[in-house]
Design a protein around this ligand. Structure first.
Ligand code: DER
Length: 235
């Protein structure tokens, strides 16, 4: 499909630009775009990759590394990462992004922060001027014990009356993250989304919130595959 082609294009371009022979510790994000990142890294050859270690951002990411016969690393062993490449749900003109569509944003943010260089790859739908344009809610990871209180605070104090607990599709009950927590999706006004850093800080202060799917001033570059086969780079 055009969307899959544009994901592959973004991923291949980003790998070619940012995964260099000198890079030994590489963070691998989560979602449906990062498999193309790993595909392109594997194409760099066994010689180069046998000297590298790949740190995952969750179960899916770990499976991807293992299935591609790449060496698995742990963020405990490798606290500093050369480059992390990850997907995104939306990226604005200042490279702030919404992440968490795949309920993986806690470990993703740890690896984004630990990386010397953090690069985003996405299809054209994610390339927006302001956050909230195409992706309605901010994903918030919360401890199960506190989810009802966080929902109440979002509804009545933080201006997200339509915030909801993310329910699973292939499981009865809510989505459970790799960390054993719940996810709340909280839509905010476009106005509020124009200052994502302030919004992120306000949400993070709610007791019971583990991590917020707003990554502000973290990425150095973002690659978007377009429908016409071109690539847009924001940096
Ligand atoms: O959960 C995340 O942040 C993932 O990176 C994900 O949202 C990216 O989505 P994708 O499947 O469109 O790459």
């Amino acid at each position: 499909s055009v969307i899959e082609q544009s994901k592959r294009l973004a991923a291949y371009t980003a790998v070619d630009q940012h995964i260099l022979p000198k890079h030994k510790v590489i963070g691998i994000g989560s979602g449906s775009t990062v498999p193309y990142v790993v595909e392109r890294i594997v194409q760099q050859g066994e010689e180069l990759n046998k000297g590298r270690v790949f740190v995952p951002t969750g179960f899916q990411s770990k499976e991807l590394i293992v299935e591609s016969k790449l060496s698995l690393g742990d963020v405990d062993q490798f606290p500093t990462i050369d480059v992390t490449i990850d997907g995104a749900d939306e990226v604005d003109s200042e490279l702030n992004c919404i992440k968490g569509g795949g309920a993986c944003h806690l470990r993703e943010k740890v690896l984004a922060e630990a990386a010397e260089t953090f690069v985003l790859v996405a299809d054209y739908r994610k390339n927006v001027q302001y956050l909230g344009t195409n992706f309605p809610g901010v994903p918030i990871e919360v401890v199960p014990f506190a989810y009802a209180k966080v929902l109440q605070n979002l509804h009545h104090r933080l201006g997200s009356p339509n915030a909801t607990l993310r329910m699973a599709k292939a499981k009865a009950g809510p989505v459970v993250s790799d960390n054993g927590n719940f996810i709340i999706d909280a839509p905010f006004s476009l106005e509020a989304m124009k200052d994502p850093f302030t919004l992120m800080a306000r949400i993070k202060m709610l007791t019971g919130v583990v991590e917020v799917g707003l990554f502000c001033h973290m990425a150095q570059a973002a690659y978007f595959g377009n429908q016409d086969g071109s690539v847009t780079v924001k940096s």
